[in-house]
Design a protein around this ligand. Sequence first.
Ligand SMILES: NC(=O)c1ccc[n+]([C@@H]2O[C@H](COP(=O)([O-])OP(=O)(O)OC[C@H]3O[C@@H](n4cnc5c(N)ncnc54)[C@H](OP(=O)(O)O)[C@@H]3O)[C@@H](O)[C@H]2O)c1
Length: 316
Amino acid sequence: MKAIVLSDVTRVDDIDLKEVDIPKVVPGWVLIKVKAFGMNHSEVILRNEEIKYNYIKKPVIPGIECVGEIVDASDSSFENGQRVIAMMGGMGRSYNGSYAEYALLPVHHVFGINSELNWEDLAAIPETYFTAWGSLFECLNLKSEDTLLVRGATCALGYAAIQIAKALGCRVIATTHRERYLSKLENVDERIIDDGKLTGKISGITKALDLVGPKNILDTLTAVDKGAIVCQTGILGGVYSLNGFDPIKDIPNGVYLTGFYSNYPTQDIVDEMFEFINKHQLRPCYGSAYKFKDIREAMMMQESGKAGGKIVVVVE
Ligand SMILES: NC(=O)c1ccc[n+]([C@@H]2O[C@H](COP(=O)([O-])OP(=O)(O)OC[C@H]3O[C@@H](n4cnc5c(N)ncnc54)[C@H](OP(=O)(O)O)[C@@H]3O)[C@@H](O)[C@H]2O)c1
């Protein structure tokens, strides 16, 4: 099969598809014919830096998510030919991932789906929509009567969260750090340029999804209404933790702070998510689509940051 295989730090110019053996099934794992996959920033970090560390399997096929068909169900309850999605759980890091024609994956990170979407559209869903879904419902307990702030909305996760929240019937206020991206925030009720200070400029926020992260989180906490919940899911601001964080003084009285980590998908949550996507006839949003043979161009687009949303790669 064709695959991207990394053994060391690799510049995108040196990326090439290699011919490797199709993996053999072992108990507890299933073989998937990868039909398409979405790309993630963590794969850029892996290729440019993280591959050096011992905890990364080497050589490794990167890719933390995919959509495809079961070709060998092994000892699982899946059926051959069944449509599935897979994500996270060490995929593309501690065992081979999705940048390949076939992927051998542990059964607990593979999920059956009920969807008529084509492979390209489906590929935009697993990691991005699961993260948006978990942030909005598991963490923020989002309801149709909420006013949701999406801070740092011009990214794959932001667009997905807006789409879901609008389908639910929420009022949505979205921010971008670039004036020229305001037009990308379609279908929201209010669009705001984020100069780092939202406190005092917005009101009525009952739920906030913060994708900028620790760089601005204290301001998000004071920008929302009393009783609001703030979920920190993204780290777009490039600051990863908050030294000197003082919960007593930094979280206003009656405001709630939570965070979402996408490492724990379950079949029940995947089922709920697809039920919602089907019911509201959502067509997943993504920025660019490539064929697998053009994976280097897809990676170049990813590094340029100009994709305008999720990049999906069609393998079939
Ligand atoms: N908690 C979890 O489990 C989880 C899971 C998935 C993703 N995430 C995080 O969620 C965030 C979004 O992920 P994604 O996959 O949706 O990202 P993405 O589509 O790859 O978007 C990244 C782009 O967002 C843009 N951006 C928008 N607002 C920004 C801001 N305020 N500051 C800096 N850049 C900004 C930047 O482009 P411009 O410079 O062109 O604006 C950047 O290149 C990331 O921080 C990611 O690590 C978390």
